[in-house]
Design a protein around this ligand. Structure first.
Ligand code: ZN
Length: 426
C-alpha cells in the first residue's frame, strides 16, 4: 500500500496549514495549546467530511514529507500566518423584516423614550406594518443581503426570529423564508462559506394592533393555532416578556405549550423593567434568557442553577443610550454569557459581531478572552449546539473565521473596521 504523502494519522479531505495563531476556545485541554482560549501558534487542522479530525503544530512531522504534493483528493489551504478562530455565533437576531426605523432613531436622540414610541404605535409595530405589506420575494432578498453582510463579518451560525408578522400567514411566510435561507446557503455558491441558520418563532413579540382590545384572543391564536402548525419549522419559541409586550402569565402559558410541543425555549427578559422573565426562564429550563438588564441577583442565581445561558445584547444599549449590561455580575456568578447582535431595525441595526466584541470589552467589563468565548462557544450554548460548533476541537464541525491579523489581541483594540478576511466552512 502506498504511504499517504502527508502521513496523516487519520483520513482527511482538507488540511489547513500555516495558521499563525489558532484560537481553539477548546473546552478540553489541547496538546501544545496555552492560555484560557487554548491558543496554538503555527498550527494546522485536518478535516474530513466537514468534521475536524486532527489539530496540531504545522511543524510536526506529520506534515514534513511531500507537503507540496498532497495525496489525490486532499485540499490544502494556506492560512498565510493569520489568526483563525471558530466562526462567530450570533444567537439572537430579527433578520426578516421590511422597512427601516431611521426616523425613530433620531426621535430618540431628541429625547423620546423607546417605551413611549411603542405606546404611540411606532417601534415594533411600524416594522410589523412594513413586513405585512412586503411580498415574500422582497423579504427573502432583504434577508439574504443581511446574511451576506454577517458572513463578511465572520458569522457562521445565526439564529433568526420571526415576530414582525403577528398573524398566522405572515409568521408562517417569515418562518419559511428563514428555513429557505438554509437551503440557499447550501447552494454551490456558498459551498465553503455557508452560514447555518437556526429558526425561532417569536409570535409573542408585541400584541398586534387589531388585537389591542382583546389581547387574550391573540395569546389564544399563538397557543392554539400558530404553535401547533409551526412544529418542524422553528427550533425555538421565544417571547417578549415586558410591560409593553406580554405579561409574565401570558409568557408562561405560551412557553409551557411550546415546550409540550417540543420547542426549545428563549425569553426576551427584563430588558426595560423587572418583568420576571429571567425567573420564568429558570422555571421552564429555557435554553437562554436574553437582555436581562433588570434581572435581580436572585434571578441570576436561579438561571445559573437551571443552566440557562445569559445572552447580552450591547447593540441595544448603544442604540437606546441605556446602561450596558453588567457582564461581570453574570460571569462572576458562574453563568455562561453569550454575546449577540440582536440585529433588528429599531434597537440594534447592526449585523457585525465584531462590534459586539468591542462593546463588551470597552463598556461591559469583559476581557478579550471572555468576549471571544461569549461570541463563539457560549453563542453555541445559547442555541444548544455546543456539542457540534463554537470551538475548534476534534469531532466538531469545521466552521472557521480567518482574521486579517497576526495576533488575536488586536481584536477589540483595532476597532471600527472589519478584521475578518473570510470564513471557511468545510
Ligand atoms: Zn431581540
Amino acid at each position: 500500500m502506498m504511504p499517504d504523502p502527508l502521513q496523516l494519522p487519520v483520513k482527511a479531505s482538507t488540511v489547513i496549514r500555516n495558521i499563525g495563531q489558532l484560537v481553539t476556545i477548546a473546552q478540553q485541554p489541547v496538546t501544545g495549546a496555552s492560555g484560557p482560549l487554548q491558543v496554538i501558534a503555527d498550527a494546522a487542522i485536518a478535516v474530513h467530511e466537514g468534521v475536524i479530525v486532527w489539530i496540531g503544530h504545522d511543524s510536526e512531522h506529520l506534515f514534513q514529507q511531500d507537503s507540496d504534493t498532497p495525496a489525490d483528493g486532499i485540499t490544502i489551504v494556506d492560512a498565510q500566518g493569520v489568526v483563525v478562530t471558530p466562526g462567530l455565533v450570533d444567537s439572537h437576531t430579527h433578520l426578516v423584516f421590511a422597512g427601516d426605523r431611521a426616523e425613530e432613531f433620531h426621535l430618540r436622540r431628541a429625547g423620546v423614550s423607546y417605551g413611549e414610541l411603542l405606546l404611540q404605535g411606532r417601534g415594533i409595530l411600524s416594522t410589523v406594518n412594513a413586513t405585512r405589506s412586503a411580498d415574500a420575494e422582497t423579504l427573502a432578498e432583504l434577508a439574504i443581503a443581511r446574511l451576506n453582510t454577517m458572513r463578511h463579518y465572520g458569522t457562521t451560525t445565526v439564529e433568526v426570529k420571526t415576530g414582525y408578522g403577528l398573524d398566522k400567514i405572515t409568521e408562517e411566510t417569515c418562518l419559511r423564508i428563514i428555513n429557505d435561507l438554509n437551503a440557499f446557503e447550501a447552494s454551490p455558491t456558498y459551498q465553503h462559506s455557508r452560514v447555518r441558520v437556526v429558526p425561532t418563532f417569536l409570535g409573542a413579540h408585541v400584541i398586534p394592533p387589531e388585537y389591542r382590545a382583546r389581547r387574550e384572543a391573540y395569546v389564544d391564536l399563538v397557543v392554539e393555532e400558530m404553535l401547533p402548525s409551526f412544529v418542524g419549522l422553528a427550533r425555538f419559541c421565544d417571547v417578549f416578556c415586558e410591560r409593553e409586550a406580554f405579561s409574565l402569565e401570558e409568557c408562561r402559558r405560551i412557553l409551557t405549550r411550546a415546550k409540550e410541543l417540543g420547542y426549545a425555549l428563549k425569553i426576551h427578559a427584563d430588558q426595560l423593567s423587572p418583568s420576571g422573565g429571567a425567573r420564568l426562564a429558570a422555571e421552564l429550563s429555557a435554553t437562554s434568557a436574553d437582555h436581562l438588564d433588570f434581572a435581580s441577583d436572585a434571578d441570576l442565581e436561579a438561571m445559573r442553577e437551571a443552566g440557562v445561558v445569559a445572552t447580552l445584547l450591547p447593540g441595544c444599549s448603544y442604540t437606546l443610550r441605556s446602561p450596558y449590561p453588567p457582564a461581570r455580575r453574570f460571569i462572576d456568578r458562574g453563568l455562561h454569557v453569550a454575546l449577540a447582535t440582536d440585529f433588528n431595525p429599531g434597537t440594534s441595526y447592526c449585523e457585525n459581531m465584531q462590534m459586539m466584541l468591542g462593546l463588551a470589552m470597552s463598556s461591559m467589563g469583559m476581557s478579550l478572552e471572555e468576549a471571544l468565548q461569549a461570541a463563539t462557544i457560549n453563542g453555541a450554548r445559547a442555541l444548544a449546539l455546543q456539542d457540534s460548533i463554537g470551538s475548534i476541537e476534534v469531532g466538531k464541525r469545521c466552521e472557521l473565521a480567518f482574521w486579517s491579523i497576526r495576533d488575536y489581541h488586536e481584536i477589540g483594540y483595532h476597532f471600527g473596521i472589519n478584521l475578518i478576511q473570510s470564513v471557511l466552512v468545510s
